[in-house]
Design a binder for this molecule. Structure first.
Ligand code: UDP
Ligand code: MG
Length: 327
């Protein structure tokens, strides 16, 4: 801000037309370069904006850095969660606390290029409620991540999940206020935001871009976290695994019936020599396996029902700072 500009008062700041939500978890090294590029884009776009950093329990002083940045720029707001709740919860917190007519969700690590915003804005002006950038390249990502990601999208499609996910899209998107309000209605505890975004519907358009490798720091998602997210995605939008368990049950029962008939026929025709102990063991093992699998699938869903039944909040806010703190 130039020294001649009137001092910004919290209550004199214009209502934002655009809210930018930035979930962050230990992103200290990314914050300065992120803000450099993001603020340049905001200048270019020239609409009243707020940038809401949601600190998801960072332990590297990211929140402190945002607070310092906010002293120099009245558009910056900070929402601090009480601990690390995960990106899905952090985004939800952001959506709950933003005020803009349009809302952009963007990663802090610059993998989602802020420079795409003006083009996204134009598409939103054309009447699209949701503008979703789709990455055509994924540099800096391991082969296994790309493979398992493809396998996940394939599975979701094959089981006819309640949402049709588009490969190559992520949480990076620009949404209208009515879309955000609709998303806020979905308070499920097992949050798979990519599914929730799609489930809501409204006119949507894709915008192709090349994803950049992470500028600084390391990814916060390891294989198991991603696997968990994928399981959440499948369980949240499909009951296909339950049906699969039933099918497996019916299938094995049918095989067992055939096998039983075969044994009876064999005994009647050829008498009863020493019974086949190995066969017995194999059959018992096989059936226990199938049963355990089916119970496991049931458990996955019951666990999720349990989570819902507890009715805990999705996140806890430690401090919603900088709205009053600003001077
Ligand atoms: N993130 C978060 N909470 C978490 C994990 C990640 O808010 O528990 C944020 C992170 O700081 C980043 C974004 O979510 O801004 C995407 O995370 P990351 O870049 O690690 O994911 P990737 O791009 O590797 O899928
Ligand atoms: Mg990233």
């Amino acid at each position: 801000m130039s020294p001649t500009a009137p001092p910004q008062q919290a209550n004199s700041a214009p209502e934002p037309v655009l809210s930018v939500i930035v979930p962050m978890f230990n992103e200290l090294s990314s914050l300065a370069p992120f803000w450099q590029r993001m603020s340049a884009v905001l200048e270019q776009l020239d609409v009243p904006a707020e940038v809401l950093f949601v600190d998801d329990g960072s332990r590297d002083g990211s929140a402190g850095r945002v607070r310092t940045m906010a002293r120099q720029d009245a558009r910056i707001r900070l929402l601090e969660l009480s601990r690390n709740f995960g990106k899905e919860a952090a985004m939800t917190a952001g959506l709950d606390h933003c005020r803009g007519e349009r809302v952009l969700i963007i990663d802090a690590d610059l993998q989602d290029p802020p420079e795409l915003l003006p083009r996204m804005w134009e598409l939103a002006d054309e009447g699209y409620d949701v503008v979703v950038p789709r990455r055509t390249a994924r540099p800096g990502e391991t082969h296994s991540k790309v493979f398992f990601s493809a396998a996940f999208y394939w599975t979701m499609r094959r089981i006819h999940a309640a949402v049709d996910l588009t490969p190559g899209t992520g949480d990076f998107r620009l949404m209208s206020r009515r879309t955000v309000e609709a998303i806020r209605e979905l308070r499920e505890k097992n949050r798979f935001m990519k599914g929730i975004f799609e489930w809501v519907g409204y006119p949507r358009v894709l915008l192709d871009y090349e994803r950049e490798p992470r500028a600084r720091g390391a990814t916060k998602f390891n294989f198991f976290k991603l696997l968990h997210l994928a399981a959440d995605g499948i369980a949240a939008f499909s009951t296909a695994p339950l049906k699969l368990a039933t099918l497996a049950g019916v299938g094995t029962a049918f095989v067992a019936f055939l096998f039983g008939a075969y044994i009876i026929a064999k005994t009647l025709l050829f008498g009863d020599p020493v019974p086949g102990y190995p066969t017995l063991v194999v059959v018992v093992l096989f059936f226990s396996g199938v049963q355990l699998l089916a119970i496991g699938v049931l458990g996955e869903y019951i666990g999720r029902i349990y989570n819902e039944a507890k009715g805990r909040p999705l996140y806890i806010v430690k401090a919603a700072a900088l709205v009053d703190e600003r001077r």
